[in-house]
Design a protein around this ligand. Structure first.
Ligand SMILES: [Zn+2]
Ligand SMILES: [Zn+2]
Length: 414
């Protein structure tokens, strides 16, 4: 076995182009090099196919499902990271605009995806929550969705207020579903905690502890999270300027995620910002790559993950150069669908190959009959506009009843 420490640039073509600057210990197993068969599949494909790999009991899998900016682009959704643990628990850290399709691409039954931790109430950090929550009810989720998020400097700036008003905003949507399907998945469990929580526990279940600490971003009320399980520590930084809490509490983490915003120069050249805007947005409201590097040089995680910028062939090298001024540890600049398998002994970084033709998973438990007392009926005026086409509809009913042994009848004939 030859073992050497090298700096590598991983570039994998899997329908997407992956780019990560990594500093890895690479072990080359000579026997594997010569084990390739002309007829058998390769034993160790360097690609993750969602839904095909078991998690070991001591393993953590982190999937980047949104690594971009508020400005939408096909390649990157806004902030969302999924953490899956070997005990079966799964957690979202942020659920930003555009990430829902990437969540669905994981092929995980929605009943397992019931815990969402929101770092702050910017749309790029929880903009797909409503789609995931209400859309999930017809994707066979029968378990209430549990939300954790910070308070604000006044009650109406907190997560509880936002969630309660989200329920009001989607009253029409809820009214179309609640009396028609088993709507248990439409229930929300809202857990607001003080945004000034200073590395205190906000979640403790099943051997998993999650703590929150303050971030400095825009106005009061942004936070970051630490997840501890099985002697592994995962840190998720929401948007923030460099702050003392992250540097202290993330120290020595196995995986430390922190924003590494688009470099100020690129904010000017690529995004049309004035230099003053670029410096304000890129170094005060957010953390520039050079600042990210400095933070990680103090935190010294096993793996530092930067995100929250347009990660392209020409922007990633700018970020890497700025980060490497101060930080020489293991680094990944996350792209959507990048996957991290973490154990005490190893951290493996790959890209996913995504099946675009996905369907929701079947329900994990028996569905209850809908609560028809919640039905909102059509008005007579609308009903009178209905054109039933019985000669078309009846054969469909006959076919379904024959195939499935049911005795269903068209509306009005029950
Ligand atoms: Zn933000
Ligand atoms: Zn953001």
């Amino acid at each position: 076995m030859i073992s050497k420490k090298v700096m590598v640039v991983v570039s994998v073509a899997v329908g997407l182009t992956a780019y990560a600057a990594l500093n890895l210990d690479i072990d080359i197993h000579m026997k594997d090099v010569f084990a390739a068969s002309p007829t058998e599949p390769l034993s160790d494909l360097d690609v993750y196919y969602p839904g095909t790999e078991a998690l070991a009991p001591d393993e953590m899998r982190i999937v980047a499902l949104g690594t971009g900016m508020p400005s939408p682009r096909p390649k990157q959704a806004a902030a969302c990271f999924l953490v899956e643990l070997g005990n079966g628990d799964k957690f979202f850290f942020d659920i930003g605009a555009g990430c829902h399709e990437r969540i669905a691409a994981q092929k995980i039954p929605y009943d397992y995806l019931d815990k969402v931790f929101i770092s702050h109430l910017h749309v790029d950090h929880y903009g797909d929550l409503a789609s995931f929550w209400l859309g999930g009810t017809t994707m066979n989720r029968l378990t209430p969705l549990r939300i954790w998020g910070p308070s604000g400097h006044a009650p109406e700036y907190g997560t509880k207020y936002a969630m309660e008003h989200m329920q009001k905003m989607y009253l029409w949507d809820i009214a179309t579903r609640a009396g028609v399907i088993d709507f248990r998945g439409g229930q929300l469990e809202i857990n607001e905690f003080p945004y000034l929580t200073d590395n205190e526990v906000i979640f403790e279940e099943n051997g998993v502890v999650i703590k929150s600490f303050p971030a400095i971003h825009a106005i009061d009320g942004a936070v970051s999270f630490i997840l501890e399980w099985n002697d592994l520590t995962f840190v998720y930084g929401g948007d923030t300027a460099p702050n003392k809490w992250y540097i202290e509490y993330a120290k020595g983490a196995d995986v430390a995620i922190h924003e590494s915003f688009l470099d100020p120069t690129l904010l000017v050249t690529k995004q049309g910002f004035s230099p003053a805007e670029a410096m304000l947005v890129g170094t005060v409201a957010h953390t520039s790559p050079a600042q990210f590097g400095k933070v990680m040089s103090l935190v010294k995680p096993r793996l530092a993950i930067g995100y929250h910028f347009q990660n392209d062939f020409d922007t990633a090298p700018v970020a890497t150069a700025a980060i490497r001024q101060t930080y020489d540890g293991m680094l990944a600049l996350a792209q959507d669908y990048m996957v991290f398998n973490v154990t005490k002994d190893d951290i493996r970084v790959r890209m996913s190959a995504i099946d675009e033709d996905i369907f929701p998973s079947a329900p994990l438990k028996a569905k209850n009959a809908p609560n028809t007392s919640l039905l909102v009926p059509f008005s007579d005026f609308i009903i009178e506009g209905n054109v039933p086409f019985p000669e078309v509809l009846q054969p469909i009913y006959d076919d379904i009843n024959k195939k499935y042994g049911t005795n269903l009848k068209p509306p009005g004939e029950e």
